[in-house]
Design a protein around this ligand. Sequence first.
Ligand code: GLA
Length: 363
Amino acid sequence: MEIRYAAPGRINLIGEHTDYNDGYALPIALPQRTTVTYTPDDRDALTVRSDREDGVVTVALHTAPGEITGWAAYVAGVVWALRAAGHPVHGGTMTITSEVEMGSGVASSAALECAVLGALTEATGVRMGPVDLARIAQRAENDYVGAPTGLMDQLASLCGEPGHALLIDFRELTVRPVAFDPDAAGIALLLINSRAPHRHAGGEYAERRRSCERAAAELGVASLRDVQDGGVAVLDRVSDPVAARRARHILTDNNRVLEVVAALKDRDFATVGRLWTASQASMRDDFEITTEHIDLIADTAVEAGALGARMTGGGFGGCVIALVNAARADAVADAVRMAVRTAGHPEPAFIRTRAGAGAQRLG
Ligand code: GLA
C-alpha cells in the first residue's frame, strides 16, 4: 500500500504573533504544497528521504527529543508527538517532495509536519479533527524541534480552502472560512519573497512571546485576549515600556483582523490594504519584528501604488504581501526590484498568488 498526502504552506493576511496570545489571525493556505509518499511496513523505524536534502535519515519509532536534528526533526517530532498522544505509528519508507520554499516565512515546517501527520494517520486509520491534528504538529515543533510557535501555521495548512481566508479564533479554537478572492475584483495578491534568511528568528520569537506573557501577568490575566475589549488604555498599567508596546501590537492587530474580515464582506480591498499597511507599521514600531530590508519592500510597494503591504509570518526576513490593482502589479514589482537593488539587497522573487486547498490525501 502506498499513501500520498499533501499539505500546503501558508501566508497570513493579518494578525501576527496573535496566535499564542489567544487572539485572532486570518491566514490562507498557499497553492504550493509538500507531498509525502509513504509505504508503511512492520519495521520499528521510518526511512526518510527528501528531494531538498542529500542522504537518508532513519527515524526510530521510539525516537525522543534531541535525537534527530535538522529537517528530519520535523518528521521525527511528528512520530514522537503522535505516540506521546497515545496513537499507533507504523514504520516504513517516506519520500518527501516540496514546492514550499524553506525559511522564507511561508510555513514550510507546518507543511512538512501536516503532510507527515496525514500520511501516518491514514496508514493506521486514526481519525482526528483539525484542532487535535494541529496540536500534535505543534507539539512536534515546540517540544521536539524546540521552536515555541503557536497554532496558526498548522491550522492554516490543515483547513485551507480555495477562494477563502480562515478567520481563526485561538481562544475558542474555531476556524471560519471568509471569502477572499481579490482576483475576481481585478486585484492581485503579490507575494514578495525578500530572499533574506531569517535572522535570529528562534531567539527573537521566544523573546517576543515572553514580553507578551510579562504584560499579561502584570495585568493579572492569563492572556492578552482577556483585556482585548478594554482597548489599549489598559496598557498604561504595564510598567515595562517594551512589554507595553509589544502588547499594543497584539491588541491592535487583533482589531485589524476583525476589521479586515468586515471589509472583505464588502470586497473593500482599499480598506483591507490600509489595514495591512497599518499592521506593517505596528510590526515595525511596536513589535519590532521587521527589518530595514522588509520595510523598504513594503514602503516601496505602497509608494508605487499598492493598496497596502505588510510582512507576513514570524518576522526578521521572509516575505511581504501586497494588494495591488492588477494593472499596476508589474509597475509595483519593478519599483520594488529597483529599490532593493539600489540598497544592495538580493533580488526578490514575486509570485501572484491566491488561497489554495488544505491538507489532503492524493492517493
Ligand atoms: C510563526 C509561528 C506562528 C505565528 C507566526 C506569527 O509562523 O509558527 O505560530 O506565531 O510566526 O504570527
